[in-house]
Design a protein around this ligand. Structure first.
Ligand SMILES: Cc1cc2nc3c(=O)[nH]c(=O)nc-3n(C[C@H](O)[C@H](O)[C@H](O)COP(=O)(O)OP(=O)(O)OC[C@H]3O[C@@H](n4cnc5c(N)ncnc54)[C@H](O)[C@@H]3O)c2cc1C
Ligand code: FES
Length: 346
């Protein structure tokens, strides 16, 4: 048995099998519903159900509270239909979905950008290229069946100059995959990845000025988006706020400054939260999303793209919409949820 799911206002529809999460059904049929963790932890897939019956599997209350559920909101990643359903999701795009492929990849270089950030380059078989939107991510398929997500840090067109994809991976001590990356991964190692995934990419049908907010390695997909903007000559005003604990965490400052020199529409604001006296930091301090609010009391005419630590994404979404008038459908994000975040599910 399957149910019809209609998404307004785009009018796109897809079918969901009995017991199949709505998001999995949408991805299978190339419908661009927004999502992040795919696991009930981040809230990126939350949308309003206008008609129908949906029940949820385990999820975190911060992703969907009881009040939100009572008000008709659902999480598509862990919601299954029990009738035909009508959803409201203004972020659904007509953007073509690229085919999701599983492929072996070879590690071609490992460069430590800081003691805890590794820039990893992967080459596809026979110098194949991957089709994706700048901002999307791939999943590593681990031997025990687990998966780990990493955002492409290079725009797709760069594969024509240098084949392969670039990832920025932060070490999480005790983490299953990143312990391997920092302790044992070697050049020429073969891994398996699947992708592209994700709804975090530039909406090119808008002319609104762009505010980008990165925390830590959340810079990676924004780097890809900046490369894409430069390649496509997109001259919408854009400002990148990049937050780290210490200046060393902003590991590609030279790269950004070179882009700012080439792109008159791009500005860069580095923000450091825990500088030590020996850092000699004279720039902005505090939380990165608060620096945005200090500069933009009114975000009602902007689009915001935020990536990185879940707490930064959540704070940005809440404060930008509640305090600065950002329309909810103009906030795009990937929260880098980990197993620790997912373990908090109810
Ligand atoms: C869409 C998306 C894109 C992402 N992109 C990037 C990226 O570009 N760069 C990047 O650096 N990261 C990114 N991430 C995060 C990344 O996918 C991993 O979650 C992260 O690298 C940690 O993986 P790991 O296997 O090393 O650690 P995990 O095994 O996930 O563990 C993470 C931490 O939690 C602890 N832990 C593990 N299990 C539990 C548990 N059950 N209870 C409590 N604590 C636990 C571990 O000790 C460790 O400290 C992204 C995540 C998402 C969802
Ligand atoms: S994608 Fe559904 S809660 Fe994260």
């Amino acid at each position: 048995m399957s149910f019809n799911v209609n998404v307004l206002p785009s009018g796109r529809s897809f079918s969901a099998n009995e017991g199949e999460p709505l998001l999995a059904a949408a991805i299978r049929q190339g419908i661009g519903l927004p999502y992040g963790c795919k696991d009930g932890a981040c809230g990126s897939c939350k949308c309003k159900m206008l008609e129908g019956q949906v029940t949820h599997g385990a999820h975190q209350l911060k992703a969907l509270s009881a009040e939100e559920e009572a008000a008709g909101f659902i999480l598509t990643c862990c919601g299954v239909a029990h009738s035909d359903v009508v959803l409201e999701s203004r972020q659904v795009t007509d953007e073509s979905a690229f085919p999701i492929r599983k492929m072996p990849v070879r590690v071609t270089s490992l460069v430590r950008a800081t003691p805890d950030v590794m820039v990893v380059r992967l080459q596809l078989p026979a110098s194949d290229t991957m089709k994706y939107h700048a901002g999307q991510y791939v999943e590593f398929l681990l031997r025990d069946g687990d998966r780990r997500s990493y955002s492409m840090a290079n725009a797709p067109y760069t594969q024509l100059e240098t084949p392969g994809i670039e990832l920025h991976i932060r070490h999480m001590p005790g983490g299953k995959f990143t312990d391997h990356v920092f302790a044992a991964m070697k050049e020429k190692e073969i891994q398996r990845v699947e992708g592209p995934y994700g709804s975090f990419f530039l909406r090119e049908d808008s002319a609104k000025p762009i505010v980008m907010v990165a925390s830590g390695t959340g810079f990676a997909p924004l780097k890809a988006i900046i490369e894409h903007m430069q390649f496509k000559h997109i001259v919408r005003p854009a400002v990148l706020y990049w937050g780290g604990r210490r200046p060393i965490d902003l590991y590609m400052t030279d790269w950004i400054e070179a882009r700012v020199a080439e792109m008159p529409n791009l500005r860069y604001v580095p923000v450091v939260s825990d500088a030590l006296p020996e850092d000699g930091w004279r720039g902005r301090t505090g939380f990165v999303h608060q620096a945005v609010l200090e500069d933009f009391s009114d975000l009602s005419g902007h689009q915001v793209y935020t990536c990185g630590a879940p707490i930064v994404v959540e704070s940005a979404q809440r404060d930008f919409t509640e305090l600065a008038g950002l329309p909810t459908e103009e906030f795009f994000a990937d929260a880098f949820t980990t197993e620790a975040d997912k373990a908090l599910k109810t």
